[in-house]
Design a protein around this ligand. Structure first.
Ligand code: HEM
Length: 221
């Protein structure tokens, strides 16, 4: 019963809210679609937090996506024993890199008063959820090895069953609690997406590369 709610009901609620509220916010308050950068309040710690976090998590999430969307290629890349070990260790390094960045961002938000006074409940909920989610990911990677292999036979089946509207939790039902918690928290992050500065992942800031510097002015009600 609880499993049905956590791994069927909750994911659908989170996804539905992410889409509906996300679109509504884009239409009703387009200027709020931003990371609400605090770079002009503090820059040095932001650099040491933001760079490791973004490079680390982008590559880790790309690996999640390849395991889900193109499992045959993903498994072929993992190939034999040596390649699996090398990629597993690379995953650890990237996830520690991302976690380090995230913790720097949390300490910065707590300790720099100009940043902490401009932080709201949503900022804290998002930061704490990301720390829990990435912490659980690191835990899985270390204590339930070879996730790159077992993901394709377990989590991928469950996610596809959700996507095709034929939910089936038998793929993941007997998995250890830490693994299930990581799956559940993924949807907590999705739920938080439209209510937080996480919406900035859809602003695709490609033009940052060539546009001149700018002064960031918040537009918050
Ligand atoms: C339902 C969605 C998700 C599923 C099914 C899933 C599944 C997994 C699995 C099976 C592993 C173990 C990989 C290994 O042993 O190398 C893992 C690791 C990890 N996950 Fe997720 N995950 C999901 C969403 C997320 C999200 C949203 C984040 C971050 C925001 C995240 C961050 C991580 C991290 C940092 C690791 C450690 C990677 C490593 O060291 O190799 N995951 N995930």
């Amino acid at each position: 019963m609880l499993d049905n709610f956590l791994f069927i009901g909750f994911p659908y609620i989170a996804l539905a809210l992410a889409v509906v509220v996300g679109v509504y916010r884009y239409v009703a308050d387009r200027f709020s679609y931003s990371s609400l950068s605090t770079q002009f309040l503090e820059n040095k710690q932001l650099f040491w937090g933001s760079v490791p976090w973004h490079y680390g998590i982008t590559l880790i999430l790309l690996a999640h996506l390849t395991a889900f969307f193109i499992p045959n290629i993903h498994l072929a890349v993992l190939g034999g024993y040596l390649r699996t070990v090398v990629l597993e260790v690379t995953g650890w390094a990237l996830s520690f890199y991302a976690l380090f960045g995230l913790l720097v961002l949390a300490v910065r938000r707590l300790s720099i008063s100009r940043v902490s006074v401009t932080s709201n409940l949503a900022d804290w909920l998002l930061l704490i959820s990301l720390i829990v989610q990435v912490g659980l990911g690191v835990y899985l990677a270390i204590f339930y090895r070879w996730g790159g292999l077992w993901f394709t036979k377990t989590a991928a089946g469950w996610l596809w069953s959700l996507l095709t509207l034929r939910p089936d939790i038998s793929y993941i039902q007997s998995m250890p609690w830490a693994v299930k918690l990581h799956f559940f928290f993924a949807f907590v992050v999705i739920l938080l997406f439209p209510f937080t500065r996480l919406v900035h992942v859809f602003t695709i800031p490609i033009t940052y590369i060539w546009r001149p510097y700018q002064v960031v002015i918040w537009s918050r009600k």
